[in-house]
Design a protein around this ligand. Structure first.
Ligand SMILES: Nc1nc2c(c(=O)[nH]1)N[C@H]1C(S)=C(S)[C@@H](COP(=O)(O)OP(=O)(O)OC[C@H]3O[C@@H](n4cnc5c(=O)[nH]c(N)nc54)[C@H](O)[C@@H]3O)O[C@H]1N2
Ligand SMILES: Nc1nc2c(c(=O)[nH]1)N[C@H]1C(S)=C(S)[C@@H](COP(=O)(O)OP(=O)(O)OC[C@H]3O[C@@H](n4cnc5c(=O)[nH]c(N)nc54)[C@H](O)[C@@H]3O)O[C@H]1N2
Ligand SMILES: [Mo]
Length: 782
């Protein structure tokens, strides 16, 4: 393949354009145009046809952009704007040449932006940076893997290493990875889920016995009411919009709870339908509750209280008594607790009016089938776990779990983050899993819990963890407290990144560092036994195969299962009974083990091949069986608390723009929020601006208000007057991660509180655009 050169255009500060306020609708013709143009420009028509148009087809690959499920009756081409961007980013024919490493020292890569790094193209050969040197240099696969294995073998305990996973990893690779890590001897398996839906897993595990959604795909269109909390589906789960539209079409109602009036939650123009492309689209939300950040727990308690009050007025008519009696416990305690709920505290926490909450309660009471969905606005909060327990309370009161058209629906982020957990990527896998694993491979797995993402950074900072291996992702940029995280990463002896593209975690490294390039999901994977597929699990527990559809960008690339088989052979070898060579040749062998170790995956090889896969059993959803210690679903009592904001401060959330995938920046635009050519912005309510004496368009420094002696500040962000909830502000992730203290985490789940940082906005000394040095040098390579 001829090498194409990357075109990296980084806008300067003065180019930033702020259009008038948020867009009132999502998708439509611009959606199609914005994603197809770069695809065709970069890949040409043929590769675009084989990628963008093959995604989510039964014989194609699973879209790497999000965990939203596939419809049973797939259209020839289910268009998704952000799916197309993700695929173009991965399947680009632009590659990094061998000469790149001599031309660009690591210290230079460190001064580059995420955007610049990602735009350099695909990684194609293993590279190694020896201690004390400032350059990576190409090495052979054998040498690279030997360096890693020797280093790990030399540590005084396997717990001196940590093995991170990001959620694009397939089930097969995830299973092999946890096997080699446990075979080596540690449970230090932090993953992106620790920063994502961990709060959902905890809350649901403790209340209904399973940390996964209790809905299936068809339920969305059949619900009477869908309440969407702390989620921006128009950007982050665009294909969900079709199901929301179907729900409305069938007479259902939709309520959005969000501090921001997000475009997709207002009106949606379906790019699949002619009337969506040219007409006004469908109004999505019947009610929009513009909540204060962190107010959801109070809102949910207030709605549950209204449900209980309605029951008290007309006994026997409101609650699902049969369901509560047979399947639940804790009703009396909940009643007693909510009887004391203070409405004024609710109004303060939520910033809403009583009438708005009455209206939501009336909609809830009218509906026979209710789904509540949520994402990061709920999980990345100090009270995230308790808030999700309140979601479960509200659903249980009227039997909205385990019946068609109803249920609890955390919407996962990464396309296989849920499958990775099912396969054993968790620092706290239950003992039953360890026993099955030990029996299957004839060894004694480590039993002590390992480190999660935050604890891994803490232990790297303290010098306890000396080697960091990552199967995908970009931990140093994704985790909170960027300066602390970077210092921790640099304090290690070795970092190893298995990646498709360059990112910050390749530039902020341990003393020795390796990059092991891997094939992506879009690429055809041929091994000794023939073409291979991998498998993934979506947000509603459906497991299906994923087949690559384009030629790999380089024949030097190894697949993730191949890299892990080879590393496993060197590091663990015959210490456990595993056919490492066989795994690489034929992924069926890996799946045979999965069948015997992972509950619910019996006959995996056969079931994954039948009609596009199978759905994992789910007790609460399928039969109202709750695998809790008592066998009942638990209504819980949670003490109300909300985010306190000292005078003169704001509550800052950090969120995704329309043109990024987590730490990967596709462009500097955020079309739905009216931002062009810039990301250093902070959205603030105009009344707050007036109160704080700040002006729209002014430059401010954002300072975290924490008294732990650390200075956390980002400089020269442009203020954008924006209709967010009062007292709240928003900036983009990962730029704002500097401001989130590392040990500022959700109770129970230890997830960084990325959605509620207390900050002060201080006018920047320098108000002239471009007079300060830019954040990154950002020049294009000739
Ligand atoms: N295109 C694209 N798709 C993606 C991703 C991506 O980066 N790009 N990332 C993937 C991943 S890993 C994930 S986890 C998901 C993330 O999907 P989302 O959770 O939708 O992502 P965020 O951008 O973090 O948006 C959080 C939303 O919560 C709202 N919010 C913030 N605080 C509160 C609060 O206190 N209460 C309420 N009710 N709302 C609040 C914000 O205004 C925002 O609308 O998307 C996945 N899909
Ligand atoms: N402030 C703040 N921080 C957050 C969040 C937030 O909302 N606010 N969200 C959190 C959430 S929800 C998440 S999930 C995390 C995300 O954390 P991560 O999952 O660690 O980050 P990503 O940016 O998704 O990782 C992108 C990198 O993965 C690699 N990659 C891509 N595809 C593949 C593949 O197929 N194989 C391999 N081996 N590598 C691949 C590429 O090199 C790419 O640069 O960030 C969290 N951090
Ligand atoms: Mo996520």
């Amino acid at each position: 393949m001829t090498r194409k050169t990357p075109q990296v255009e980084e806008p300067s500060e003065k180019e930033l354009v702020v259009e008038n306020g948020p867009k009132s609708w999502a998708a439509g013709v611009p959606g199609v145009y914005h994603s197809m143009k770069p695809a065709i420009e970069q890949m040409g028509l043929n590769r675009t046809r084989k990628t963008v148009m093959a995604m989510n087809q039964k014989d194609g690959f699973d879209c790497p952009s999000c965990a939203w499920p596939d419809p049973h009756h797939r259209k020839a081409f289910e268009f998704c704007e952000n799916g197309a961007k993700a695929v173009t980013w991965e399947a680009t024919p632009i590659t990094i040449p061998s000469s790149f490493w001599a031309e660009h020292p690591v210290s230079e890569l460190r001064s580059r932006s995420e955007y610049w790094l990602g735009m350099q193209g695909r990684l194609t050969e293993p590279v190694y940076k020896p201690a004390g040197e400032d350059h990576y240099k190409p090495v052979s696969w054998d040498e690279a893997l030997r360096i890693v294995a020797d280093k790990l073998k030399g540590l005084d305990s396997p717990d001196r290493a940590a093995f991170y996973t990001s959620g694009r990893t397939s089930n097969e690779a995830a299973f092999l990875y946890q096997l080699l890590v446990r075979g080596y001897g540690t449970n230090n398996l932090p993953d992106c889920s620790n920063m994502c839906h961990e709060s959902s897993g905890w809350a649901m595990g403790q209340t209904i016995g399973i940390g996964k959604a209790t809905v299936s795909f068809d339920d969305y269109a059949n619900a009477d009411l869908i309440i969407i909390m702390g989620q921006n589906p128009g950007t982050n789960h665009p294909r969900m919009m079709t199901e929301l539209e179907n729900c409305k079409h069938n007479g259902g109602e939709i309520v959005a709870v969000n501090p921001l009036p997000e475009a997709g939650l207002r009106r949606y123009k379906n790019p699949q339908q002619v009337n969506g492309v040219i007409g006004h689209g469908v109004q999505i939300a019947d009610q929009f509750l513009q909540i204060r950040i962190g107010g959801d727990m109070a809102l949910l308690q207030a709605v549950s209280k209204r449900v209980l009050d309605a029951e008290a007025r007309k006994p026997g008519t409101v609650l699902d008594h049969a369901f509560l009696a047979e399947h639940c416990e804790g009703l009396e305690e909940l009643k007693e607790h909510l009887a004391r709920l203070d409405e004024s505290a609710v109004l303060e926490a939520t910033g809403l009016r009583s009438e708005d909450i009455d209206e939501l309660a009336a909609r809830y009471l009218k509906a026979e089938k209710v789904i509540i969905t949520w994402a990061m606005g709920i999980t990345q909060q100090k009270k995230g776990v308790a808030t999700i327990k309140e979601i479960i309370n509200l659903l249980l009161l009227r039997g909205n779990i385990g019946k068609p058209g109803a249920g609890a629906s955390p919407i996962r982020g990464h396309s296989n983050v849920q499958g990775d957990r099912t396969m054993g990527i968790w620092e706290q896998m239950p003992q039953s899993f360890m026993e099955a694993l030990g029996k299957e491979f004839d060894f004694e797995p480590p039993r002590e819990h390992g480190t999660d993402a935050v604890e891994t950074i803490n232990q790297m900072r303290d010098g306890e963890i000396k080697v960091f291996v990552a199967l995908g992702g970009n931990l140093v940029a994704a985790i909170s407290d960027t300066n602390a995280a970077e210092a921790a990463m640099e304090n290690t002896e070795m970092t190893v990144q298995i990646s498709t593209k360059l990112n910050r975690s390749h530039a902020v490294t341990g003393r020795e560092a390796l990059i092991l390039p891997t094939m992506g999901r879009t690429e055809i994977d041929i091994q000794e036994s023939g073409p291979q597929f991998v498998s993934v699990e979506d947000t509603v527990c459906a497991v299906h195969p994923s087949w690559g559809s384009v030629e790999p960008v380089s024949h030097q690339l190894l697949s993730e299962p191949a890299i892990l088989s080879r590393l496993g052979k060197l590091l663990v070898g015959t210490k456990i009974k595993a056919d490492w060579d066989g795994f690489e040749k034929n992924y069926d062998l890996i799946r045979d083990h999965i069948s015997r170790v992972v509950g619910g995956c019996e006959d995996y090889n056969q079931r994954i091949r039948q009609d596009g896969g199978f759905v994992l059993a789910n007790g609460p959803r399928d039969s109202r069986t709750f695998p809790t210690p008592t066998g009942k679903a638990v209504l819980t009592v949670n003490d109300l608390e909300h985010v306190q904001r000292p005078a003169g401060t704001l509550i800052l959330q950090s969120m995704r723009s329309h043109d990024q995938f987590n730490t990967t920046i596709y462009s500097h635009n955020d079309r739905y929020r009216g931002i062009k050519k810039g990301r250093h912005v902070v959205f603030v309510n105009p009344d707050d601006l007036a109160e704080l004496g700040l002006a729209d368009g002014q430059y401010v420094d954002i300072r975290g208000v924490y008294e732990d002696g650390e200075e956390r500040v980002v400089r020269k962000f442009r203020v954008v007057s924006y209709p967010t909830a009062r007292g709240c502000a928003a900036a983009y992730y990962p730029e704002a991660n500097v401001l989130v203290p590392l040990n500022h985490t959700a109770e129970g789940s230890n997830t960084p509180i990325s959605k509620a940082v207390i900050v002060r906005l201080e006018p920047s000394l320098d108000q002239a655009p471009d007079s300060a040095p830019p954040v990154s040098a950002g020049a294009a390579r000739p």
